[in-house]
Design a protein around this ligand. Structure first.
Ligand code: F6P
Ligand code: MN
Length: 283
């Protein structure tokens, strides 16, 4: 029998075509905000409910947490096991403009809040021109094509040695001077590609090399992205693919969030770009 982590990704892959097929009719906004203050789409809540119902049934998954829920839900009886943390529809504001979005998955071997070092696997589904799933586990990253028949292995993913693209979130006047100076240097060498869905922006870094980030802003010193649901899982993927991650001073996998919906400045990409970033920002 497949192990718990495999079953988590099989379950997400099974749900993906259904989520994708359900998006066109769920473009409307709800009147609600999630706990982080994002306006929820009907699609966000629907994808969360669907993934909760499926994940709930996996033996060995004892906690479910998502960006769309205030608190962790205990779904198993044992007091040890895996916690699955999901961003059910990352980049959901792209649904309206018909740009890519996706589902982020982090599997932790501790109840949340949990440190980045307790991730045992992480990955994401990307609803782009094709539906793909990327899974990082045991220092290896694989990409799969996902369709109604399940997932087909497309092979190993390794960050290209030479960086090509970059994308950083937030309005430039809200960036720190140090960060802006760093970006001006990046612009000399790399090409801007920013699409507004972290998953898609990180996936193009995995394919072309480069860097993606969402820095701290003057109005939001910890930036926008959430450690458990977005930053640490994506860091796990990029580091396993041979790249680096940072919160501005060290690896995102060294973070020890104390709150479920904690945010953190987030940067992932080729080692050299992340090294330059850390050198540019104050300690
Ligand atoms: O989940 C948050 C998110 O949608 C990310 O996917 C994305 O990187 C970011 O917000 C985009 O934010 P902004 O609209 O500020 O560029
Ligand atoms: Mn998101």
């Amino acid at each position: 029998m497949a192990d718990v982590v495999d079953r988590v990704f099989d379950t997400v892959a099974d749900a993906a075509p259904e989520i994708r097929a359900g998006l066109p009719e769920r473009r409307a906004k709800r009147d609600d905000e999630n706990v982080s203050g994002d306006t929820q789409l009907e699609a966000d809540v629907w994808a969360d409910d669907l993934l909760f119902d499926r994940t709930d049934a996996i033996e060995g998954v004892n906690w479910y947490a998502s960006e769309e829920r205030d608190a962790v839900v205990t779904v198993g009886d044992a007091d040890e096991g895996y916690a699955v943390a999901l961003d059910p529809l990352d980049g959901s504001s792209n649904v309206k403009s018909n740009n890519p979005c996706g589902t982020v998955v982090g599997v932790y071997d501790q109840p949340l809040p949990a440190p980045g070092s307790s991730l045992v696997a992480a990955g994401f589904v990307l609803y782009g021109p094709t539906t793909t799933m990327v899974v990082a586990r045991n220092d290896e990253v694989r990409e799969y094509l996902v369709d109604d028949d399940g997932r087909t292995d497309l092979g190993l993913v390794e960050l290209p040695a030479d960086p090509t693209v970059y994308g950083f979130g937030g309005r430039v006047p809200e960036w720190s001077e140090d960060f802006e100076a760093f970006v001006r240097n990046v612009e000399d060498d790399l090409k801007l590609r920013y699409g507004g869905a972290m998953i898609a922006d990180v996936n193009q870094v995995l394919v072309y090399g480069g860097a993606f980030g969402y820095p701290g802003l003057s109005s939001a010193p910890d930036g926008k992205l959430r450690a458990h649901f977005e930053s640490m899982p994506m860091a796990y993927v990029v580091e396993a693919a041979g790249g680096s991650s940072s919160d501005g001073s060290g690896s995102l996998l060294d973070l020890e969030p104390t709150r479920l919906h904690e945010r953190t400045p987030t940067f992932v990409g080729n080692d050299a770009v992340i090294e330059d970033l850390e050198a540019a920002l104050p300690d």
